[in-house]
Design a protein around this ligand. Structure first.
Ligand code: CDP
Length: 807
């Protein structure tokens, strides 16, 4: 070895493979304003469409008059449900097995519902046209309170379902009932409650909120009449699914539909489903023969496309006197709004809410979920959440704190006592999941030691004593949260969308000079896939990450994939990437054996190539193998070096984490101070620690927003009162606390590289940590459970209700 020969460490470092804090390659264009978003797509002759929306939450549409609108200069067409009926597109199927009006057909069912689509030469003309469309409404009583939805005299919302006693998920009990979903053993659970020494019961609401990505939902549709082809650029988290949906509902052959998701400015579940804007823009392009752009504004995004949560969960825990849990019973009232448009895998009407047993070894459990219609926007998307996992984690983490309070036990000790133990993995939960791996006690203890949990509790006791003596007006809360996630939808045995199994895919093509391209069925919306996918390939086949281009989002070039949401990309596509790389490596080994004139079995892998066992100087680098693949492959072998993998995961992955929030609240003003927030995440093998940290920072900021103020709120008439960023809490750097992050590593035993997802973990674990901190702060004053969001005013009101102010 001469001085110029790189060391093993240098060769390893050059790859920038897994474990490397590789800088995000996509940021080179993003930080220079050179991203290419849907709104950057500008085609010759492009028209613009915009919606007339309902001011009412519930009303009959008596008439729509477009005469004056069509006189506005630049306005070319006004599309209504009647127009769409001529092409059988007035209603569209939802991912949840329901149907949804594309444009108001006889009735409107929520404020902001799409009533007519005005097409014009520019956005301003379209907007002027909207103001001239005259719609005559007859207001009807609005149903806003989910707890009144199934009253005998509740207004009938969905007249199209009259007489239908069953829906996509079984029987319906009432005209506003969508489904009942039950899991677990009811008899055994009821018996556990009858025998229990201690029980708790609490109605824990997770309010309606919204993903509100920086870039709203939008598309450009361009129909080529000559070729009969439709090209759609859109903010799609799952472009292939959109292609299939369009083929099914517009009856255009799937190979004549080209869906392109360019750069996307955040998705968070908001961009999974199909919206009326996409259908109307496509129809308008087919009708006019011109490209049509639809771009939602902020108020439209917040009020009409895809809310999240709105789960009202009555949780009961049975336990022994010394805090061993013996049973869990949960009933959920799930407010789905006017149409059931939840973006869940088909067989899961309440998503994976049956992860609600959390990290605890409940011997028995029973869950029932009632989905209901109200006069609110449809949606129920996985906002940084794997299909209702966030709601489930919040439910169990609040319930465990409430039990600790009743038992007079420390909440961390109660958790440690009930955790699934390391030797129990793979662990079968009472509600049907098989947790792949975990070491909860180590994670929890690391968190407790790092923050000096015992010391904090002592400080809290002193603070409470001082408060009682009247020496301070601040109360202190410690919010402990320990979550188990379920991500990586998913195995074909139980997950599909529209009947398509939820596998994911990767195609890798290596070029002669040792560089290559990887095309993946996922679609990054800020998660940094272009960076991390190349890192997996670098570690697997020894080609530097910088020499691999990652491409996603073009249905013509990427293999079919189910897209990016619910932290499924690493568990499913990440595995497909590793498997495709391993196919390449297997062929590379045959080529290397031929070139080195040895048997394949005589070769061993060494960082970036093969070497002959026992003869370390006899090597062939992967770069040289790439060249050989195009000129001197073994006789009978096809030239080239490429592979494709469609990966059907055998199981989900189960990341977990231990979080704590330390908070002081001033009882006279309700103002809170987040003194410390520590988040320990275990997502198995870590591909890029820096990206993971970024994901955790972002998710914690969203969790902070949701727990401490963010809410889509309606008044009793169904008006959205938080429909803009003036009212919908969007934290800035000023409010956002400092985040401390940490980790343990418990690889997934079934994933090729041992990785689990991470993107949504901080939202899942963060919300209960914040809420538990507020609840813990107030608990010594006699409160059991305070509903979120915990903004200043509500904190002040709680203090008032607890009689903190002297008369
Ligand atoms: O599906 P989505 O991309 O939203 O979520 P994810 O699979 O949790 O991945 C988010 C980002 O974190 C991706 O760039 C992953 O490659 C990265 N990640 C990682 O570096 N190591 C992990 N164990 C999990 C995710």
């Amino acid at each position: 070895m001469n001085d110029m020969t790189p060391t093993r460490e240098q060769r390893e470092a050059k790859l920038e493979g897994m474990g490397c804090k590789r800088k995000r390659v996509e940021d080179i264009r993003f930080t220079q304003g050179k991203g290419n978003y849907v709104d950057d797509v500008k085609l010759p002759g492009m028209l613009h469409g915009d919606f007339v929306r309902s001011p009412h939450a519930h009303a009959r549409v008596k008439s729509i008059n477009s005469e004056e609108a069509l006189k506005v200069p630049g306005v070319l067409a006004v599309i209504t449900a009647e127009t769409l009926k001529t092409v059988n597109l007035a209603w569209m199927p939802t991912l949840a097995g329901d149907v949804q009006m594309v444009l108001a057909d006889g009735k409107v069912l929520f404020q902001g519902q799409e009533v007519a689509f005005v097409v014009a030469t520019d956005r301003y003309a379209a907007d002027d046209g909207i103001n001239k469309v005259v719609v005559e409404y007859e207001p009807l009583p609005a149903l806003i309170d989910p707890f009144k939805a199934m009253d005998p005299d509740a207004p009938v919302l969905r007249e199209d379902l009259a007489g239908k006693t069953s829906g996509a998920h079984g029987p319906r009990r009432h005209h506003n009932h969508i489904f009942e979903w039950t899991v677990g053993d009811k008899d055994l659970t009821d018996a556990a409650f009858r025998k229990a020494e201690v029980t708790i019961k609490e109605m824990i609401s997770y309010h309606r909120t919204h993903p509100s990505p920086l870039e709203t939902c939008q598309c450009v549709c361009s129909f080529d009449k000559i070729k009969g082809e439709l090209t759609i650029w859109g903010t799609f988290q799952a472009p292939h699914v959109i292609r299939t949906v369009v083929a099914l509902i517009a009856k255009i052959p799937e190979h004549k539909i080209h869906v392109i998701s360019p750069d996307i400015g955040g998705g968070f579940g908001n961009k999974v489903g199909a919206y009326p804007g996409y259908i109307c823009a496509a129809v308008a392009s087919i009708v006019t023969g011109k490209p049509v752009k639809w771009v939602e504004d902020r108020i439209e995004n917040l009020t009409a496309t895809s809310f999240a949560r709105d789960y009202h969960m009555t949780a009961e825990i049975a336990s022994t006197k010394d805090g061993k849990v013996t049973g869990l019973r949960v009933h959920v009232l799930a407010d789905h709004g006017a149409f059931d448009a939840c973006a869940d895998p088909s067989k899961w009407p309440a998503g994976f809410f049956n992860i609600v047993t959390g990290s605890y070894d409940f011997p028995v459990a029973h869950l029932s979920v009632d989905g209901i219609y109200t006069n609110k926007a449809p949606g129920g998307v996985a906002y940084r959440c794997s299909f209702r996992v966030t709601e489930a984690a919040y439910c169990i983490e609040r319930a465990m704190d409430i039990l600790a309070q009743k038992l007079g036990m420390d909440p961390a000790e109660l958790r440690l006592k009930n955790f699934v133990r390391p030797e129990q993995f793979p662990y079968h939960s009472a509600l049907g999941w098989e947790y792949d791996s975990g070491d909860y006690h180590t994670a929890m203890r690391k968190m407790m030691e790092t923050v000096d949990y015992a010391g904090l509790r002592k400080e809290q006791a002193a603070q409470r004593a001082a408060f009682k003596r009247g020496e301070t007006r601040e109360i202190m809360g410690l919010g402990v949260s320990f979550f188990t996630e379920i991500v990586g939808a998913g195995p074909s045995k139980n997950c599909d969308i529209l009947g398509i199994a939820m596998f994911d895919s990767c195609e890798i093509r290596l070029h002669p000079t040792g560089a290559g391209i990887a095309r993946v069925g996922t679609k990054s919306q800020g998660q940094g896939h272009e960076t991390t996918w190349a890192q997996i390939i670098a570690s697997e086949i020894g080609i530097p990450a910088d020499d691999i281009m990652v491409e996603e989002g073009n249905t013509d070039t990427a293999p079919y994939g189910l897209g990016t949401y619910g932290s499924r990309s690493t568990p499913v596509a990440g595995a497909a990437i590793a498997m495709a790389a391993r196919k390449i490596k297997a062929k590379a080994q045959m080529i290397a054996a031929y070139k080195l004139e040895v048997h394949e079995d005589d070769l061993e892998w060494d960082i970036d190539g093969f070497r002959v066992k026992g003869l370390p100087e006899k090597t062939l680098s992967m770069k040289d193998i790439c060249w050989a693949a195009y000129n001197s492959v073994p006789p009978g072998m096809e030239p080239g070096l490429e592979a494709v993998s469609y990966y059907d995961p055998p199981n989900m992955t189960y990341p977990f984490g231990a979080y704590i929030c330390v908070m002081n609240i001033d009882v006279d003003t309700g103002v809170y101070k987040i003194r410390r927030f520590y988040a320990l995440d275990d997502c198995g093998t870590r591909i890029n620690p820096m990206i993971i940290e970024g994901q955790v920072h972002g998710g914690l900021t969203e969790a902070f927003a949701i727990a401490m103020g963010q809410e889509i709120r309606y008044d009793p008439e169904g008006n959205v009162v938080t429909g803009s960023f003036m009212d919908f809490f969007m934290p800035t750097a000023v409010e956002t606390p400092h985040w401390e992050t940490d980790f343990t590593v418990t690889p997934s035993p079934h994933h090729p590289i041992g990785a689990k997802g991470v993107g949504e973990s901080p939202n899942v674990g963060g919300v209960p940590a914040f809420s538990n901190a507020v609840n813990d702060a107030f608990s010594f004053l006699g409160s059991t459970h305070i509903q979120m969001p915990h903004d200043y005013w509500r904190n002040w009101r709680t203090a008032k209700e607890l009689g903190v102010f002297a008369a």
